[in-house]
Structures are given as C-alpha cells and as structure tokens.
Design a protein around this ligand. Sequence first.
Ligand code: PLP
Length: 452
Amino acid sequence: MPVRSTVAPGEVADALPAVAPEAPDGLEELIADLDRVIVPGLTQTQHPANFAWFPSNASLSSVLGDLVAGGLGSLGISWQSAPALTELEQVVCEWARQLCGLSGAWQGTIGDGASTATLVALLVARERASHGSQRRGGLQAESAPLTVYCSAEAHSSVTKAALLAGYGADNLRAVPLCQPGREISAEALAAAMAQDVAEGRRPAAVVASSGTTATTAFDPLAEICQAARAHGAWVHVDAAMAGSALLLPEMRPLFEGIEEADSLCWNPHKWLGSVLETSLLYVRDPAALVSVMATDPSYLRSARDGAVVQYRDWGLPLGRRFRALRLWCLLRLEGAEALRARLRRDLANAQRLAELVLQAPQWSVLAPVKLQTLCVRHDPPGLAGEELDNHTLSWCEAVNKSGQAHLTPAILDGRWMVRVSIGAEPTEWPDVEQLWALMQRAAKEAPSLEGY
Ligand code: PLP
C-alpha cells in the first residue's frame, strides 16, 4: 500500500451506505469492507517507510493488551468497580518509572494523551497559585492575573491547555529560544517572570518541552525549575514523544533537572510502541491533583475509600478504559532490553542519515539531531524566499505522492523545511537509505508546486 493514503475527501464516506443496516450484515462482508474501504483510507502509520510526524507505533504485544481490555469491557470508575484495573495501572506506572530512572518520589497514572496531561497540570497549577480559586469565584474573581510560560516552539496543545484552563492568551508567554539548540532561554524566562511580577501578575506555571515537536529541542529543566521555584510556579514537563528516551541511561542528561519538576508526561503510544492513548502522567504530589479533580457522588462510595487509589480523582474522566493492559503486555512480551535496543537503533539511524545529508552538496540539517528526528532542507543555488519554499514543498510532496515514503513539511524560522522522523517499529537502515535516495531524486526533479 502507498504509505500516505490516496483517497480523496469524501471517498470513504461515499463508499459506505448512508444509513445503518436494519438486519445484521455478515462478518465476511464487514471484513471485505475493511479491506476495500477502510484500510486504503488510512495512512500506513506502521509502514517501514513512514517518516511523517512522529512514530506512532502499535506493537502487536500492545495490540493484544488493547484487545483484552476491549474484550473484558471493564468499567473503570472506582477501585471497587475494577480493582485490577487500578492496581495494574499502579504496577505498570511503577515499572515505567523505574525503567526511566526516575526517583521514587513520582507516582503515575495513564491517560489518553499529552494534551490532556498538560491541561490537568495547568488546572492544578492554577489552583495552587490562586489558593483554590475554583472554590470561590474562580479566576474571574482574582485580582492579579496568573501567567504561564513555555518555549516559543512548545506544542500547540500547550496554548490550547492554557486557554482552556482560563489563563487567557494575554497571560501566556512564548519565551524566546537559544540558538543553535532551540531550547528555551532560561534567562529570558526569568526576565519574563520578573517583569510580570513587577507589573502585578503572578507566575503560575511553566511548561517545559523535553523534545519539541518540530526539532526535538530540550529545554534546560534545572534552570527552568530554579526560575519557577523563585515564584512558586508549577513546572510541567511535556516529553510526549521524547520521554521514551528516558529508558536509555545515556540519554538522561538531556532531562537533567527533571527531578525538580512537579509533573511530567510522556506517551508510550508514540515511539515506544504502545497502542494510541497510552499516556503517562507522573506527579510528585497526587494530593494536589485530588484536591482539584475529586468528586464524591454517593453512588461511587465504597467501604474501601481511603485505603485505595481512585484514579478518577487524578484526572478529567470518570469512566476509564483498562489502558494499563497495553503497557503491561508490551513490557512483558517484548522485555525492556528489546525496547531499548529498538530505540538505540532509531537513534543510530538518525545519526547515519544526518551524516549523509551533511555530506551532500546543497543539503543542510537545520537543527541539532538530539533524537530520531532530522530537520532538512535542499537549497539549490539561486533559490530563496518563496521560491525556496515552493521547491521544498514540491520535492516533499513528490516523495509523499510516490507512495514509497511519507514525510512532513513544517515551518522553521519562517521557512518551510522537511522533518524526517525515524522510529516506526519495522524501519531498518535500508529503509532510511531508500528514503534518502528518494529525497535526492525528488529534489532534483521537483517541479514547482502551486497552492500548497
Ligand atoms: N507535546 C508534544 C511535544 C508533542 O509532540 C505532541 C504530539 O505530537 C503533543 C504534545 C500532543 O500529544 P497528544 O496527541 O498525546 O495529545
């Protein structure tokens, strides 16, 4: 199958009946439709030549966990409603904590994604900074605005979370970056906080990025935590994609200072291989979550309350899926050693590709390759500005249209470039070599692309 789906908008919906069947369809017809309509209507995320966005692996071991969870149909609304659901979540969060080399001060929970985790962190930070304003008049009754800080290249979910948590766009600071590493400038952060305080605002939270989406830059956690602590601000670490690298002791210096943060999220559903919606949120003080999220309806009370963890009080939803099974199956059936070997393979492949790109005339690598993502551009002589953008988009589209590989273009410093994100589970070095040949051919032959 082509890596990027070739269906046109509406094609999938048009291929299916407009109304639900009155009588049951046969299983064979259903499977035929899966093959005929649904699967071709998907970009092949698990393809060895998928280098788009970020790895979104679904290892078969984790798929088994997902099937078991669906089949058991457990109702995760309280410890009593599914004791094993709660306790396996505690166990696998603890396993993952140890594998990541995090101290015993952290306790984890599994949610749907990093976006939700950031929202939860910013809600808790808001309540800590406002001394529980939600139990009074909310932010609307506060006299001094609360402020939030993040890297200028933080993920869009950080802005979204800050807006949803009620801080307001006027109180969200996108702090400038250092070059060439593209990490947040700790000095600029401290200066922004000091200015806000001088002008009567209260710094409530910093969202630090460990592995930004565009370039996998790492914000300096130790300095950030120090600056935040001076104002009593909460530090949340968004390591959505890059958190898997914590499994590798040699990569942990990138996260130096993490132990000083208040909360940390990473998604085993990205690079590590768990099926989507397996997102770990660790906090140092679960009571802070509970004080903001807990509800106590009579029908959820049981004689075990007080002796058990009620994960519904650690986040937004009441009913929770048995997500821990995915990670449990992944870790048990693959083993940590094999997972670490796969992550190291991807890091090595990224470095090998970076060497090839750097040696090639007219090609450049635009940001340090800290993990498995490369940001590249082909600069033919005489092309600049919009013409260069057109060329970049055009060769990238040629690669994607070929069906043989999939890449994502993105804007960096106002100019289009192309991200090569290595890390699909089946991707080996020959797949990366083939991609490089394809990129070079596409850049040589690229027509200009209108109307991207
Ligand atoms: N943060 C970073 C750094 C990301 O790269 C992403 C997704 O790519 C997210 C947050 C959003 O993650 P999720 O899809 O789990 O909400």
